[in-house]
Design a protein around this ligand. Sequence first.
Ligand code: ADP
Ligand code: ZN
Length: 721
Amino acid sequence: MSRARLILLNAALGPLDYRVPPSMAVAPGSIVVAPLGPRQLVGVVWEPERLPAQEIGDNRLRPLVHAYDLPPLGAPLRRLIEWTADYYLSPLGAVLRMALPSSGALDGARAITEYRATGHVPERLTPQRAQALERIGERLGLIRELAIVGGVSDGVIRGLVKAGAIEAVEIAIDDPFPAPDPDHGPPALEPAQARAAAELRAAVEAGNFAPWLLDGVTGSGKTEVYFEAIAQAVRQGRQALVLLPEIALTEPFLKRFAARFGCDPVPWHSGLRQSQRRRAWRAIAGGEARVVVGARSALFLPYPNLGLIVVDEAHEASFKQEEGVPYHARDVAVMRAHFEKVPIVLASATPAIETRHMVEIGTYRELKLPDRYGGARLPDMAALDMLQDPPPRGRWLAPELVRALEANLAAGEQSLLFLNRRGYAPLTLCRHCGYRFQCPNCTAWMVEHRFTRRLACHHCGHVMPAPNACPECKEEDSLVACGPGVERIADEVRDVLPDARTIIVTSDTIWSPAKAAEFVARMEAGEIDVVIGTQLVTKGYHFPNLTLVGVVDADLGLAGGDLRAAERSFQQIRQVSGRAGRGGKGGRVLVQTHDPSARVIQALVGGDAEGFYAAETDARREAAMPPFGRLAAIIVSSEDQAEAIETARRIGRAAPRVEHMAVFGPAPAPLAMLRGRHRLRLLVHAARAVPVQDIIRVWLGALSWKSSVRVSVDVDPYSFL
Ligand code: ADP
Ligand code: ZN
């Protein structure tokens, strides 16, 4: 009699055994359906010797229901799933779900029914219907997807289908993706690029685990270099995966990829429609999707034949996932390359200290591109001392920056103002009584968004209409905005440069790849003079006519005392500076600061990246902070404050005494309340050699708490919120 041990797609369940009916053939990695109580769940067959489970007698086993006609998950991916669950203290079922995110894709239906507007205007055009039709435009999608896009209920969309304004269409989901042609449009590489490309090509050919840091200044042509490695993987009939930090970056990437390879790669990100997800997943699992570009969620997909992984902008903090399984996609990507026995390229102009350290100790090899492509120079950088030459009252742009913007506009060149703050103003208060608008669910101020006339919490999404009167003292017109966000800077630009055509680029305005494409097209067509943007514009974009960058507040990222604050500020300002002068014209960067003598500012302006990194690295070494030591955060939260405090204290009292390990807290987390939950944090700090995960597993495993309390562990935390 044949039995199988499964991991089911349910984070609360451990491994379970089933009987395999004689008509069914399964092997480790097979994707199957199993009964659980009255329900049926998808699961994957695992090697029983790797997963201890409660032994159940043969006579009590329930039979598997179904085995999908799909390639089994490969052994390297199974090892990666185990490693991730173990390292990040997460349930196997939760990690497995990231490999099988589209249950619809498993069925193998050849078509899916989607809906689209017919152009016919219904007789009864309610405001809701009109809004839905306008927002949907030419889009396709399931009823649910169109309802979300249209901002209406499913019922409204169904009504529109009945009225003939929206129709059903069958979308084939097994249409093959075109195959990239490795010899379609190879560039003439510069010598440094050619040397780097040759190394990477050889590494792909060798087909062993080999981690590389591709460290090249902004505009040095790193993409062209790793494209050559991808071409080699394609030539060998292998798959390649490129991870990007933001979906907004996929659009420009697709264009460049198509120019090099003659067709688009297969995209994977949260913006895909169901049908696109299914089609992509099936092509990936079947091996026909040759090159996949995606956000971090693309990392766990079941590539049967991976030959190369690239992580572009590898220093980006957004590779760290905070929700669900809290993993760092850069680090897990290296592990996947290790298990798959393939090379991995981490590309960055500002590599993380962790990554540089791996080069220093000889674990990663480094490829350097010290110069910009085509003889373009790196921009000149200067600090503007906001105390010496301050803007007028109520303004945020120093006179010298305004003059530079004027000159750039007169010359017909484009400018970019960077401020990492969405909305109009980060704080609104009553001038009369001092009342401040705070989020009811979070320890955070409500941020004014003037376009939408609302106050919004950037942590939980709570919104309220912008009021006319103070809710406390009822005084009318007494509310004042404090400090600038991008919208306010845009207002100021309109005041000082009335003729300039401006655009605001944040996640509020560029929320889809299509919006990003529109932004790029308008920039390239010269329809925009000044971009005002958040970190969304700091990376990836290549606008040759953009010659001036103004950093509105270089001190902003340094507040808060986070371990990586200085490093992150340095990276961000370096990256945004890298947008200037990428064409033949040269570029200029003006950095507004209240402390021009700060180490970060000095390093940026003096171009002394090495000195800055050395000092930061020394400081980390002395404090035994990552990568020289390890951190893990234990976050305790509950809607009931007393309950959260009591549990956190109990966890603290139970902390084991371990040499070279210290436990700090519990203390209120910096965001002491988030989404209505009170939060406390314990921080575990240990030497590298201490097996922190095992210790935490045993420590927390011996305790219990009410189900209304949530205890989560964040290994290698990046956010100290
Ligand atoms: P990075 O990613 O290092 O900032 P990019 O890869 O975006 O730099 O390259 C900057 C610009 O130079 C891009 O427009 C790119 O197309 C161009 N470029 C780089 N290398 C070459 C090459 N060998 N031939 C032609 N154009 C190149
Ligand atoms: Zn909130």
